[in-house]
Design a protein around this ligand. Sequence first.
Ligand code: ADP
Ligand code: MG
Length: 288
Amino acid sequence: MDLQSIKNRFGIIGNSPELNFALQVAVQVANTDLTVLIIGDSGVGKEAFSSIIHTLSSRKHNPFIAVNCGAIPEGTIDSELFGHEKGSFTGAVDARKGYFETVNGGTIFLDEIGELPLGTQARLLRVLEAGEYIRVGSSKVQKTDVRVVAATNKDLLQLVQQNKFREDLYYRLSTVPIRVPSLASRKDDIVLLFRKFASDFAHKYKTVSVQLDEEAKSLLISYPWPGNVRELKNIAEQVSVLSENKTISAKELGRFLQPYSNNRLPMVISPQEQHEFQNERGLLYKLF
Ligand SMILES: Nc1ncnc2c1ncn2[C@@H]1O[C@H](COP(=O)(O)OP(=O)(O)O)[C@@H](O)[C@H]1O
Ligand SMILES: [Mg+2]
């Protein structure tokens, strides 16, 4: 299957060699049961990789679930993933099936895997190594056949060194690592992405698409994009909705971008300075 049709099918924009390589790996491993670890900063587009992997696998007609490990309270995550028996903790008025039971035969996407508590990590390792799990409050070992795709924006090896992430789980998860590049490292994709988002929003709001002039394009490309594609999408939406003109100048675009310093560290400025900075921003971008 060629990459362009994968991109069309999953709405992925971009042509950078790193992005293409990441997609290539996803396609190659999709139809295996290997555990995949998707690594990349926040907003780079990790989510789409999990659906590519599930949809191109022989599990495609079986369930898929995405679980954000960072959004589930520590006290309930074991029960959510592995289920619990009636009366196993206060409030457990009924037995409940966990995702590893309901998704049997399918794929679980564990997003923000670095947030998983250590106890849950041990349970997950057992599923990955033996296909076995135990409901909370039970002693009965159950079998499941679930493919795990995980994602992280944290350096898991660093978490291992801090004893926050199990080393054995780290190596078990990273059988196939897929690195999704940051937006700043694929500058050629920035204008393509903006154009796509602007045209999507124009369609949504039944208007004509905004366009960037040459200076605005340069500004867009030089901006460091700490929030990656998510931030770009947001800005494309704001510009589409709020700008007075359909052709956007660098000055106008600059009003929508966060201030940044050249050394790419977040700027620490007081609210007073920030206020002054806001006023100066248009000027700064003009100079740019
Ligand atoms: N290459 C891309 N082409 C089109 N949209 C993208 C691309 N990468 C990311 N996006 C969009 O950017 C947003 C953030 O992506 P997401 O997968 O949620 O990021 P994260 O890596 O934080 O999970 C989503 O709306 C997603 O559709
Ligand atoms: Mg995500």
